[in-house]
Design a protein around this ligand. Structure first.
Ligand code: FAD
Length: 569
């Protein structure tokens, strides 16, 4: 048949890709195609059920990427989950909706991304959001908010589920945590996240089903004649035409679909939104990356950007569980976001100075582990910003999720700002082969130390009244595995063999100036190319204190406006 040709070709119909597809196809004079490896999950109960978290894990809608052996973390491989469906990871995630700290976004501009700061991004959080004001039952159960932090007209439904946990639990947590100096925070979505909160979720409160990128941004618009989704189709690599003005020009994408291989042509732009474990891989397969890596697999170098696939930043998740004295139903969950000082108490200033004096070593270690691809001075700048956030701005240093459900009261937690940095790189020129994913969990002693100290903090909370009245014995890890008053190193040993990925990988195609190791510029365009962008979690240069989707929706909204300005304004 005749070749498929569109103005914009988007690779990956996930959280970010569907926002961009929606907004670009608002320009009626332009055609937009989305290439998506997965299929529709509109009627998949593992997706829609608001209490079904985890049920899709290991099914055919979970990429379940396997990492390399984690040498700093006991040697085991880890599974990194990601959604393979129209809607991407938003169809399998935990639905928590929390944003970021203001200063965290402001740092994007301070490192050189002109125009990207909290104030410029905030309207896009609101543009994407369709906040559902909680009803009186939900308010009684703890739903709390400042309306000025929320957008009520956007496509993405944000609110609380119909069935909420018994309203007596939140005051108990508040009375307990305030003794540990963690304050109550009515609404963490205004850029100040420290405290205990009952945050909203991406949920359709009336229908009581999961809200995801496809339900918000794709299905209601699927009949647009200039918008086409090409599902069950894997993008392999970008196809290049002749250079123009010394820049590489993408003319399309080579794909493998149900009927075999073909090229989907793009007359304007190719936009990679395949997620932070895939977009950089597609760049490498297309000849954009570190020449040392590309040459190994006989891939001709189109653009030399040694940092493609570097700067991988994820968090590590562990948990403690207690037998409950009551029976609980409903959701969502309560989160506590303590600062380093709240976690470490009086030890915090000593800790701060010892970390400060380690930053140069951290930078050296990460640079070496990237074989020099990431430069020490750039890492040092990033680590200094991170240090300042933790110890001067006092942003949250961990999130603790409290989960009273059924006969147990458990908790899950993850330190928010690890110093460890890893990478993802191809191991073959064949796009069907898996990449080498190495987050380097617990690369630095501090990342493990905070994993241990948050666990101690949680045990202390469960031993403090009134929370202690709600629970009986600790069954995980339990006092046999980690005795009362166990040392930090006993907790660290436990954490090393009892953690998982927190599934928040970012940074593999960082938005930064090229001289600072960036892969994309502040218009999310890949350096050295005329018409290739990356828009997904890969471009976040640094980890965030919030869960990722709210910020990804906002970034994709803002990026869409930047692109549209080039074509229609
Ligand atoms: P994705 O949404 O993953 O989209 C990438 C898309 O590209 C996918 O649809 C994929 O199938 C497709 N794709 C990949 N490769 C190809 C290819 N070669 N060809 C064609 N298509 C391809 N965040 C929150 O905000 N709140 C939470 O509670 C939360 N919990 C989480 C729980 C889990 C289990 C996981 C895994 C993540 C969670 N996150 C959460 C994180 C968040 O969901 C993700 O960071 C976010 O959805 C990623 O969006 P993205 O646009 O970068 O990529």
């Amino acid at each position: 048949g005749s070749p498929s040709r569109y103005d914009f070709v988007i690779v990956g119909g996930g959280t970010s890709g569907l926002v961009v597809a929606n907004r670009l196809s608002e320009m009626t004079g332009y055609t937009v195609a989305v290439i998506e490896a997965g299929d529709s999950v509109l009627n998949n109960a593992n997706v829609t059920d608001v209490t079904g978290y985890g049920r899709s894990f290991g099914t055919n809608i979970d990429w379940a990427y396997l990492t390399e052996e984690q040498k700093y973390a006991g040697g085991k491989k880890q599974i990194m989950r990601a959604g393979k469906a129209i809607g991407g990871t938003s169809v399998i995630n935990g639905m928590s909706y929390t944003r970021a700290e203001t200063e965290q976004i402001d740092i994007w501009e301070r490192v050189g991304n002109k125009g990207w700061n909290w104030k410029s991004l905030f309207p896009y959080y609101l543009k994407s959001e369709g906040f559902q004001v909680p009803n009186s039952d939900q308010v009684d159960a703890g739903a709390d908010y400042y309306i000025s932090y929320h957008g009520e007209k956007g496509p993405l439904k944000v609110g609380w589920p119909r069935m909420m946990t018994n309203g007596s639990v939140l005051p108990v947590l508040d009375q307990t945590l305030s003794q540990l100096r963690v304050p109550y925070n009515r609404d963490v979505n205004g850029g100040n996240m420290v405290g205990l909160t009952s945050h909203p979720n991406t949920v359709d409160s009336n229908a009581n089903i999961r809200e995801d990128a496809a339900r918000a941004y794709f299905w209601p618009f699927e009949n647009r004649s200039n918008l086409k989704i090409i599902s069950n189709t894997r993008a392999n690599k970008i196809i290049w035409g002749d250079d123009s003005d010394g820049l590489a020009v993408a003319t399309g994408v080579d794909v493998t679909g149900p009927d075999g291989d073909e090229t989907i042509y793009a007359s304007k732009e190719v936009i990679l939104s395949a997620g932070s474990l895939k977009s950089s891989v597609i760049l490498e397969l297309s000849g954009i990356g570190n020449p040392d890596i590309l040459k190994k697999y006989d891939i001709p170098v189109k653009v030399n950007i040694p940092t493609v696939g570097e700067n991988l930043q994820d968090q590590t998740n562990s948990g403690l569980s207690y037998a409950g004295r009551e029976f609980w139903i409903g959701g969502p969950t309560f989160s506590a976001l303590p600062t380093a000082e709240q976690i470490y108490g009086g030890r915090v200033s000593g800790l701060a100075s010892s970390i400060k004096s380690s930053l140069e070593d951290y930078a050296k270690t990460v640079s070496n582990s990237s074989n020099g691809a990431v430069q020490e001075e750039n890492l040092l700048e990033a680590f200094q910003f991170q240090y300042d956030l933790i110890f001067k701005s006092r942003v949250p240093y961990a999130e603790i999720v409290f989960l009273p459900l059924g006969h147990s009261f458990s908790s899950e937690y993850w330190p928010l700002l690890p110093f460890s940095r890893g990478s993802v790189h191809i191991q073959s020129a064949d796009s069907s082969r898996s990449a080498a994913i190495n987050p380097n969990y617990f690369m630095f002693e501090q990342d493990l130390d905070v994993q241990a100290n948050v666990a101690k903090f949680i045990r202390k909370a469960f031993e403090t009244a009134p929370l202690s009245d709600l629970v009986a014995e600790e069954f995980s890890p339990g006092l046999e595995r980690v005795p009362a008053n166990a040392s930090d190193s006993a907790w660290s040993d436990w954490a090393k063999s009892n953690y998982r990925s927190n599934f928040h990988p970012v940074g593999t195609a960082s938005m930064l100036p090229r001289a600072k190791g960036g892969v994309v510029n502040s218009e999310l365009k890949v350096y050295g190319t005329k018409n290739v962008r990356v828009i997904d979690a890969s471009v976040l240069p640094f980890q965030l204190c919030g869960h990722l989707t709210s910020t990804l929706y906002a970034v994709a909204e803002m990026a869409s406006d930047l692109i549209k300005r080039r074509y229609i304004f």
